[in-house]
Design a protein around this ligand. Structure first.
Ligand code: G3H
Ligand code: 13P
Ligand code: ZN
Length: 324
C-alpha cells in the first residue's frame, strides 16, 4: 500500500532550498544504511538545529530493507518531536537510476528523489528525468537531476572518468525536464580517493568558474554538490594506525565547501566521511580492547564520533546550524 511522505511528517526540498538560497548556506545530505548512522545524523541535527536530508542509495535500500527504512524515518521524526525540535527532514533517494526505482521510493514514503541519468546522453537523460518529474510532481515530491559526470568508486555509483558540466546545457535541461534541483560536476568525485596530493602540493580548486556560469544561466535555481566528503585526515590516520591500509588521499577542502555553500549550492552530499569515522572508531576499539565482543561497545563509540563530525559540518562547513 502506498504511503505518502506527508503522513510521515517529512518535507520535500522546495522550502528548505528556498531558505538555504536566501540564507547563503547548504542543507546537509547525509547517507545512512543503519541505525547508528541515522541516530547520529538526527542527534547532530537536533543539537545544531539544522534542517537535514536523509539520503538513501539504491544499495542502502537493498541493505536495510525498504519497509524498515520507512519505519526508521518515521521513528526519527518521532524522536525529533519528542526532543521538542522542529527541524525539517527530507527522505531522499540518492542516485536513483531508473523510473521504476523512483516510483517505488515515492510509493514508500520518500519526499524527494534523485534521478541520475548522467550516464546517458543528454537527450536520454532529459527524457528519463522528465518522466520521473511528471510522476513525482503529482505527489508533490521534488526531483534532483544531474548533468555532467562524477567519477566514483562506490558500490552502485561507478563511473571511471568525470566530465565537467557544460553550462550551456543547463537551461535547456531544466526547462525541458522541470527538475527542482540540479547536481553538477565541478571537480568533486565519489569515494575516498578524490585527489592524490604529493607533499608540498596544494589542493586543486573546484571549478567555481563553471558554478558561476551555471548560476548566471539559472538565477535562483538550487544546485547540488555530490562527492563532497573532505576525507578527513584524522580518521584516515586512525584507520591506518590500527591496521587499515588506506592509501594517501585527500578530499574536498572544507574552505572550498564553505565557499560553495554560500552560492547557489543548496545541498551538499556527504557519505564517505561518515564511513571513515565508523571504520576508524571500530578499528580503534578492536585494537585497543581485543577482548571486546559486544557490538554496542564498538558501534557506540563510532556513533558518538559521528555526532561530533556531523555537528562540525553543520556548524563550520555548510552553515546550516541554527537554520531549522
Ligand atoms: O554517492 C554514492 C553514495 O556514497 C552511496 O554509495 O551506492 O555504496 O550506497 P552506495
Ligand atoms: P562522498 O563519497 O564524497 O561522501 O559523496 C557522497 C555522495 O555524493 C552521495 O551521493
Ligand atoms: Zn553522489
Amino acid at each position: 500500500m502506498a504511503t505518502s511522505y506527508k503522513e510521515l511528517g517529512l518535507v520535500n526540498t522546495r522550502e528548505i532550498f528556498k531558505k538555504a538560497m536566501a540564507g547563503r548556506y547548504a542543507i546537509p545530505a547525509y547517507n545512512f544504511n543503519n541505525m547508528e548512522q541515522l541516530q547520529a545524523i538526527i542527534t547532530a541535527c537536533i543539537e545544531t538545529n539544522s534542517p537535514v536530508i536523509l539520503q538513501v542509495s539504491k544499495g542502502a535500500r537493498k541493505y536495510a530493507n525498504q519497509i524498515l527504512l520507512r519505519h526508521m524515518a518515521k521513528g526519527a521524526l518521532e524522536i525529533i518531536e519528542d526532543a521538542g525540535s522542529k527541524i525539517p527532514v527530507t527522505l531522499h533517494l540518492d542516485h536513483g537510476d531508473t523510473y521504476e526505482l523512483a516510483v517505488s521510493c515515492i510509493e514508500t514514503g520518500f519526499s524527494s528523489v534523485m534521478i541520475d541519468g548522467s550516464a546517458h546522453k543528454f537527450e536520454d537523460n532529459a527524457n528519463l528525468t522528465k518522466k520521473v518529474v511528471d510522476y513525482a510532481h503529482k505527489y508533490d515530491v521534488t526531483v534532483e537531476g544531474e548533468l555532467g559526470v562524477l567519477a566514483g568508486i562506490e558500490d552502485e555509483v561507478s563511473h571511471g572518468e568525470s566530465h565537467y558540466t557544460h553550462p550551456e546545457e543547463v537551461e535547456d535541461f531544466v526547462s525541458r525536464t522541470g527538475v527542482d534541483s540540479l547536481a553538477i560536476s565541478i571537480g568533486t568525485s565519489h569515494g575516498a580517493y578524490k585527489f592524490k596530493i604529493k607533499p608540498g602540493e596544494s589542493f586543486p580548486e573546484l571549478r567555481f568558474d563553471i558554478l558561476r556560469e551555471v548560476e548566471k544561466r539559472l538565477p535562483g535555481f538550487p544546485i547540488v554538490l555530490h562527492g563532497s566528503s573532505s576525507v578527513l585526515k584524522e580518521y584516515v590516520e586512525l584507520i591506518n594506525k590500527y591496521g587499515g591500509e588506506l592509501e594517501q588521499t585527500a578530499g574536498v577542502p572544507e574552505d572550498q565547501l564553505r565557499k560553495a555553500a554560500q552560492s547557489a549550492v543548496c545541498k551538499i552530499n556527504i557519505d564517505t566521511d561518515g564511513r571513515l569515522v565508523v571504520t576508524a572508531k571500530v578499528r580503534e576499539v578492536f585494537a585497543t580492547n581485543p577482548k571486546e565482543f559486544d557490538p554496542r561497545k564498538y558501534l557506540g563509540p563510532a556513533r558518538t564520533e559521528l555526532i561530533k563530525m556531523y555537528k562540525h559540518k553543520n556548524e563550520y562547513v555548510l552553515g546550516s546550524a541554527g537554520k531549522a
